[in-house]
Design a protein around this ligand. Structure first.
Ligand code: GSH
Ligand code: NAG
Ligand code: NAG
Ligand code: NAG
Ligand code: NAG
Length: 331
């Protein structure tokens, strides 16, 4: 049954690609990047025991620019209405200039939640960074690395691996005086993001045809696709990920995807326990992690539903304000 739907998605995808791009008929090794991207998503999905993380990445699409610009408008409104208590929270604690790295490069997949955690951290601390989008199939951009997952962050020539370790090491670099993480609560919720929250996202953003298309609209307008590629990627990708997300639902024992999302949001608000942030008057690393993975879905239907049906909206708006605009260096 599941295999059948994946095969259907697969053939749908192949046909769409074949119809819209003459190049797609070529051997997979010579696929142009966007087709390779989709091919890879499907390839991994239909391979039993393939990389779950990888699948999750392609199923939790991210759209930092749209989210950031909308978030900016939200931040503006919020800050206009800000109380003095609130304004205090708006002030970031920027690291001392001499501790700031000169050259930061993030190797990422745009749709990878772990990569988006790192971006939320870099944005919050106003650390400018370049982004290298890794081709998920060839991974030619990270051929130089023995470690073959993303995110990889190269900080003034030093390679850092694994999102949580990246954030911890970068923290030691830019705020050497700050004690290493001894906060059990912060650690617990950072782990909750990696082990629970990320699994809930994809079934939600590809829940039905309309929403899957909306999600892919975001991906394709953010990616580097030609006009025809955009069209094929959008429809074929949405169809494929719709089926993939049904499979993920089974795997993670999710019956009602929205209910799971709302439950996660409420669980997080309960954890805040009346505080502005888990970190108190300023966000801590758990706040930044939750925000990082939710930011790209916030203005998709799933994110709108979440804010409408749960109490997470106020915290999210505060996070948009404090994190502010992305410090990503646009090429
Ligand atoms: N624990 C790692 C997980 C990173 C991870 O699983 N990354 C996925 C992409 S979201 C990946 O690179 N998978 C291997 C692949 O693409 O082949 C972290 O937090 O950074
Ligand atoms: C990252 O991974 C590479 C290759 O496995 C390794 O050489 C390097 O030491 C790792 N860096 C860190 C900070 O863990
Ligand atoms: C998908 O769900 C939304 C409500 O969340 C609904 O408005 C839309 O019509 C649905 N689309 C399809 C194709 O079922
Ligand atoms: C976008 O794609 C074109 C051709 O595929 C390539 O030449 C160009 O460098 C890419 N731009 C970016 C920013 O990746
Ligand atoms: C899946 O969830 C249901 C209730 O929603 C529960 O009864 C069942 O034990 C769960 N299965 C696993 C494998 O977690």
């Amino acid at each position: 049954m599941r295999r059948a739907s994946l095969n259907l998605a697969s053939s749908l995808l192949s046909r769409t690609l074949a119809a819209s791009s003459s190049r797609s008929a070529a051997a997979s090794s010579s696929f142009p990047a966007p087709n390779r991207f989709l091919h890879s998503a499907l390839y991994r999905t239909s391979t039993a025991g393939g990389s779950n993380n990888h699948r999750r990445c392609f199923s939790s699409l991210l759209r930092p620019y749209t989210a950031a610009s909308l978030g900016f408008a939200g931040a503006l409104i919020t800050s206009l209405a800000a109380t003095s208590v609130y304004q205090e929270a708006l002030a970031k604690e920027p690291p001392p200039a001499e501790a700031l790295p000169n050259d930061v490069v993030l190797y990422q997949y745009e749709a990878c939640p772990f990569c988006n955690k790192v971006k939320a951290y870099l944005d919050y601390y106003d650390i400018p960074y370049k982004v290298v989008e890794v081709n998920p199939l060839s991974k030619k951009e990270i051929k130089w690395s023995e470690y073959q997952k993303v995110p990889i962050l190269v900080v003034d020539g030093d390679q850092l691996n694994d999102s949580s370790a990246i954030i911890d090491k970068l923290g030691q670099k830019i705020m050497p005086k700050k004690k290493a993480n001894e906060n059990d609560e912060e650690t617990k919720w950072r782990q909750w993001v990696d082990n629970h929250l990320v699994h809930v996202l994809s079934p939600n953003i590809y829940r039905n045809a309309t929403e899957a298309l909306e999600s892919f609209d975001y991906i394709t307008s953010n990616g580097n696709f030609s006009y025809t590629e955009k069209f094929s990627v959008k429809y074929a990708g949405a169809a494929a990920m719709y089926f993939v997300s049904k499979k993920l639902k089974k795997k993670y024992n999710i019956t009602d995807e929205r209910a799971s999302l709302y439950e996660a949001a409420e669980t997080w608000v309960d954890a805040l326990n009346g505080r502005e942030f888990l970190g108190g008057s300023k966000p801590n690393l758990a706040d930044l992690s939750v925000f990082g993975v939710l930011r790209p879905i916030r203005y998709l239907r799933a994110g709108k539903d979440m804010v409408e049906h749960t109490r997470i909206g106020d915290w999210f708006t505060r996070m948009e304000s404090v994190v502010g605009e992305s410090s990503r260096i646009k090429p």
